[in-house]
Design a protein around this ligand. Structure first.
Ligand code: SAH
Length: 359
């Protein structure tokens, strides 16, 4: 089975033509897909057409199966994909616009030592339509339509490495910014990467000029390789070269993410090294206090120590903020909700198996 939300408007026109339907049907179909509606809700399409499509396509790529609401207004969702895999997303209301953090893969193969997303490795890439459906489902949940958006900003910072799924992610960026669809401006989209230089260059050349966020997390290769295994393949110098290219092509300021991990990268010396590394770059540093992930065992630092770290950067003229961690009461860092869900499912399956044996 295929996914209707994977199709661009042009591809939908081809689909309508293949079924012998006039071009305006493609517009109706596209509108259905962008509103995250099911075929049953397509009151303006001939039943014969939707019944035929139903055999070949799912109208929506996913369903929201659980919603967790935080005290700060953040919401976390578990989405069930059509093959039974689950992924997660986070909604964060802000005064500048309401943001959705989307996943780009089921699991991840980058193996960062503090992250929950990679605990079970990579299961598969998400298609463009699946990533888009995360946005469209939550937009609908909050009463939005393509003309009156409830989601105005998107960050690709959920589970997965977006640049390890380059083709689907770039198609997603085209779909989500399409004027005929939900039309979210590329300026309101941030893509976070662990730093794959060739793909950063390709993105710069693609014309899809989103804000590039690079997960730096350490300023020497020795420390970074201990946190991000990918650094052994692409060292800091090669990432920064690609970052320079991105800035030259797009003029967009680069964001560096730096998660503070106790005993690893959060001391005064590490702050000095970071300041030295980024001082010539037009950038902003986003500090995050590491979210505790039980399976990983690493911890963040005390708030006083964060202040000390920030002061060192500020004194060296580096633009820096501490990222407000939203939704902490509803499931912690990326990937944790899915891991918890899978464990509970396993536990239920095990319990049911035991019950079965007893009967
Ligand atoms: N693969 C992309 C997106 C990952 S998630 C990337 O590497 O950038 C977005 C950010 O959250 C990344 O900077 C990631 O390193 C960070 N992150 C992952 N686990 C974390 C944790 N337990 N605490 C704090 N930040 C974490």
């Amino acid at each position: 089975m295929k996914l209707l939300q994977d199709l661009s408007f042009i591809e939908m026109k081809e689909l309508a033509a293949r079924y012998g339907e006039p071009a305006f049907r493609a517009e109706q179909l596209y509108s259905l897909a962008m509103r995250h509606k099911e075929f049953d809700e397509a009151t303006n399409l001939p039943k014969k057409f939707t019944e035929a499509l139903r055999k070949e396509y799912f109208a929506t790529a996913l369903e929201i199966v659980e919603t967790y609401r935080g005290k700060d207004g953040a919401e976390k969702y578990l989405f069930a994909l059509r093959d039974g895999n689950v992924i997660e997303g986070v909604y964060m209301p802000h005064n500048y616009g309401d943001t959705l953090c989307v996943s780009t893969q089921v699991g991840c193969r980058m193996g960062c030592v503090f992250c929950a997303s990679g605990l079970n490795g990579l299961v598969r890439n998400l298609t463009a339509g699946e990533i888009l459906a995360e946005v469209l489902a939550v937009n609908r949940l909050h009463g939005g339509t393509p003309d009156k958006r409830a989601i105005t900003n998107v960050v690709l910072m959920g589970s997965g490495e977006p640049l390890d799924n380059y083709d689907n992610v770039t198609k997603f960026l085209r779909l989500v910014s399409d004027e005929r669809g939900i039309n979210i401006s590329l300026r309101n989209i941030s893509l976070s990467t662990c730093g794959l230089p060739d793909k950063i260059r390709a993105l710069a050349d693609s014309g899809l000029h989103v804000t590039l966020t690079v997960s730096l997390h350490a300023a020497t290769d020795e420390k970074r390789s201990a946190l991000l295994p990918v650094n052994r393949k692409y060292n800091i110098a090669s990432v920064l070269e690609a970052v320079g290219y991105y800035f030259a092509r797009t003029g967009r300021r680069i964001i560096f993410e730096y998660a503070l991990a106790e005993g690893k990268n959060a001391d005064a010396k590490s702050a000095e090294e970071l300041a030295e590394l980024v001082k010539g770059i037009n950038c902003h540093v986003n500090l995050i206090n590491l979210n505790y992930v039980r399976e990983r065992g690493m911890r963040g630092i005390a708030s006083g120590e964060i202040g000390e770290f920030m002061k060192i950067l500020e004194k060296r003229g580096i633009s820096v903020t501490l990222r407000r961690s939203m939704g902490n009461d509803i499931g912690g860092a990326c990937g944790q909700l899915r891991v918890k869900y899978l464990k509970e499912k396993d536990a239920t399956a095990a319990k049911n198996a035991t019950c079965g044996e007893e009967e």
